[in-house]
Design a protein around this ligand. Structure first.
Ligand SMILES: NC(=O)c1ccc[n+]([C@@H]2O[C@H](COP(=O)([O-])OP(=O)(O)OC[C@H]3O[C@@H](n4cnc5c(N)ncnc54)[C@H](O)[C@@H]3O)[C@@H](O)[C@H]2O)c1
Length: 276
């Protein structure tokens, strides 16, 4: 049954083929949602074109969704920029008619440094996208969902790093812990409007962002990437890395009517790596 038929979902940072965002978009489309596929589109300092969803890739993926029968639009969106956020949410409502689901997926996980060597610019960039970006998009979505008066869903893609510390990733870990705080407060405020707000906390997935982490930490431990990944797999109770679809399934559940009474959660999708 298409539980999201007639609903519209906007997903941030979803313009990379191997990314979690595009897997989530495909999964919500399979449940019948129209999709506003958004991403940064233009490279900038610290966010070069091989690290982001470019305009060409974003448009290609939206066209692919349309070819599969989904109503889908590509919307360039810099989540750190208030004007860009408001324009993107306006465009979503103008082109697809409404907004029922926001997935805050945009993230930076590749600016990795020992704490004592972390440049403030890296800290600011990670916080700006992972936490401030999620706030700006949640605020824009909340305004629309409250106005529509028909409830809604917000899902924040946090991380295992929202539950535990990891070396050389102070900004990332702090931003993801903060995202769970944003989730809890948003859930309390938006509950009376029928809007649920939850976080999903995946463990490692070899996306574009994940591949940079593999290379960095393999180097750090003096291993090949394959040796590093094998050791990681042995440490995971389910004995494999996460897959994009593992996260997409959890998001689909949280967006479905089956999860109508689930809010304020930070759900691990980690093969047993995190249990709290
Ligand atoms: N891959 C993993 O191991 C893993 C694990 C846990 C959580 N996550 C989280 O999942 C989310 C998706 O990451 P991914 O692994 O699919 O990597 P990814 O690189 O495919 O996706 C991140 C996306 O964020 C976008 N982005 C960056 N800055 C932006 C901005 N200012 N405005 C809009 N979009 C911006 C990028 O263009 C990119 O498309 C991130 O929030 C990440 O922290 C990833």
């Amino acid at each position: 049954m298409q539980t999201l038929a007639g609903k519209v979902a906007l997903i941030t940072g979803a313009g990379r083929r191997k990314g979690l965002g595009y897997a989530i978009a495909r999964r919500l489309a399979a449940d019948g949602a129209a999709i506003a596929l958004s991403d940064l589109a233009e490279p900038r300092e610290l966010m070069e074109s091989d690290r982001i969803g470019t305009r060409a890739e974003l448009e290609e993926l939206a066209a692919e969704l349309r070819a599969g029968g989904t109503r889908a639009v590509a919307i360039p969106l810099d989540v750190t920029d208030e004007t860009s956020v408001d324009a993107a949410f306006d465009a979503c409502v103008r082109e697809l008619g409404r907004l029922d689901v926001l997935v805050n997926n945009a993230g930076i996980g590749y600016l990795i440094h020992p704490l004592a060597e972390t440049p403030k610019a890296s800290w600011d960039a990670v916080m700006g996208v992972n936490l401030t970006g999620a706030f700006l998009c949640s605020r824009a979505a909340a305004r629309i969902m409250i106005r529509q008066g028909q409830g809604g869903r917000i899902v924040n893609i946090a991380s295992q790093a929202a539950k535990s510390g990891f070396p050389h990733m102070a900004a990332y870990v702090a931003s993801k812990h903060g995202l769970v705080g944003l989730t809890r407060t948003s859930a309390i405020e938006l509950g009376p409007h029928g809007v649920t707000v939850n976080a999903v906390c995946p463990n490692h997935v070899t996306t574009g962002l994940g591949a940079v982490q593999n290379e960095y930490f393999a180097r750090y431990f003096g291993q090949s990437v394959e040796e590093y990944l094998s050791a990681m797999r042995r440490s995971i109770p389910m004995r494999r890395e996460g897959l994009q679809d593992d996260t997409a399934e959890a998001v689909a559940f949280l967006c479905s009517p089956r999860a109508a009474y689930v809010t304020g959660e930070a759900m691990n999708v980690s093969g047993g790596c995190e249990m709290h």
